[in-house]
Design a protein around this ligand. Structure first.
Ligand SMILES: [Fe+2]
Length: 412
């Protein structure tokens, strides 16, 4: 794919600054070797509060394709390792050993009224395959990307010999990680000492898997399709350009969702046959900041979310295999079954899948453990695009309507 001649999709306009620097970043990525030494996304990392991990694992098991494989314990965290298909990214769940645990991420969560409720619950970032961790640092540190070194974080997961992470991005509050060993080699990753589940914990996960199988959705929900971060209006272009500095993705395009005062911006891997092998990273931002929006008073669920929770990952989307169960589209069937199992959803499935290629999507309510919303997305009849404007507008509205700013619960 020739990035220098690619014209982004969608109708969201970018500044001359963005247009100039995106080309310079693509060129520099090539020159400094990053495009060659960094490969696909091999893992995603989510942190939960002390005591929430096994419940979160059970929720993941019932709602999607990820299954617990193994666990380790470090000096500060239990680290649970989950897998879907071998070619798709792994999921690492971090749980502090103590309810008193605090690091920089905890402190950032404590700054915002709704995330302060569970200050260790947050999507942390992605892990990319790299030929050499040292080479990635050597390429990116001169570009003002900062990496965690020993002593920088309470959590030593972020600075292992073969696993390293950037600082929390000032634009997204997410990290990017890199590893130069096999993502399944937990010894080489130096995650800590082996940790087993007890019989109660094991039973909880087995019951969740059995429930999913009974409801007939185990084979219908595939891997991660995309993950979407919400950021402030003024940080939109910087957040995208910073991400494209750190990973070999490209700016696929952006839609302007005028009536929600927001845009949805998509970055993708340019060189894979299936997005689920290295899922798209989406950035959503207001078009104008909250105080300026007050002149027009449009709904602005995106910046409301950021003001309530801080910049952070908003949802992870699972792809639903295209097809039917009897006369029902798969995504409708999956959502009906999950609802029967007790999963609450925001509004209804949006989009149409009749004869033309199109998309059907829905948001769950946010997890009480990870705070993340789960999206289910069915790309019907080989839909070529990534999003439709109308669906994004409906989903954005549904997520905004559910959010509550409640002084009583936050500050009591
Ligand atoms: Fe999404």
């Amino acid at each position: 794919m020739d990035l220098s001649s690619y014209t982004p999709m969608g109708d969201k306009e970018n500044s001359p600054f963005f247009d100039e620097y995106i080309q310079r970043i693509y060129e520099r990525r090539h020159e400094c070797g990053l495009d060659d030494i960094v490969g696909d996304m091999r893992g995603v990392v989510v942190s939960v509060e002390n005591g929430d991990a096994v419940n979160y694992l059970a929720e993941l098991t019932a709602m999607g394709p990820y299954r617990f494989v193994d666990a380790r314990v470090s000096s500060t965290h239990r680290i649970y390792f989950l897998q879907s298909r071998p070619e798709f990214p792994r999921l690492f769940v971090l749980e502090p050993l103590s309810g008193e645990y605090e690091d920089r991420m905890t402190q950032w969560n404590l700054m915002y009224p709704l995330s302060a409720r569970k200050p260790n619950a947050r999507y942390v970032g992605e892990i990319y395959a790299a030929d050499s961790l040292a080479a990635v640092r050597e390429a990116l540190e001169p570009q003002s990307i900062r990496f965690v070194y020993d002593g920088d974080s309470q959590n030593n997961l972020f600075s292992r010999e073969h696993l390293g992470f950037t600082f929390l991005s000032d634009y997204t509050y997410n990290r990017v990680g890199y590893t130069d060993v096999d993502i399944d080699d937990l010894e080489a990753l130096q995650l800590g000492d082996p940790l087993g589940l007890d019989a109660d914990e094991q039973g909880k996960l087995e019951r969740a898997a059995a429930l999913q199988a009974e409801h007939g959705i185990s084979d219908l929900v595939l891997g991660l399709d995309h993950m979407a971060t919400r950021i402030l209006a003024g940080d939109r272009e910087s957040a995208i350009l910073e991400y494209l500095t750190m990973v070999p993705y490209y700016f696929w395009g952006a839609y302007n969702i005028v009536e929600m005062n927001s845009s949805t911006n998509v970055t993708r891997h340019p060189d894979i046959d299936d997005d689920k092998k290295s899922p798209a990273r989406v950035f959503t931002a207001n078009n104008t900041p909250a105080f300026a929006n007050s002149f027009e008073n449009l709904p602005m669920p995106t910046e409301d979310f950021v003001r309530n929770f801080g910049r952070r990952m908003h949802h992870m989307a699972y792809a639903v295999i295209d097809g039917h169960v009897a006369a029902e589209k798969n995504v409708d069937y999956v959502v009906r079954q999950l609802s029967d199992m007790g999963t609450p959803f925001l509004a209804d499935v949006v989009g149409e899948c009749k004869d033309d290629p199109n998309l059907k999507q829905i948001f769950s309510k946010s997890s009480p453990y990870s705070m993340l919303i789960t999206e289910y997305i069915e790309r019907c009849h080989h839909y070529e695009g990534f999003f439709t404007r109308d669906n994004v507008a409906s989903l954005t509205a549904a997520a905004g309507a559910d959010e509550r700013y409640d002084h009583g619960q936050v500050f009591d």
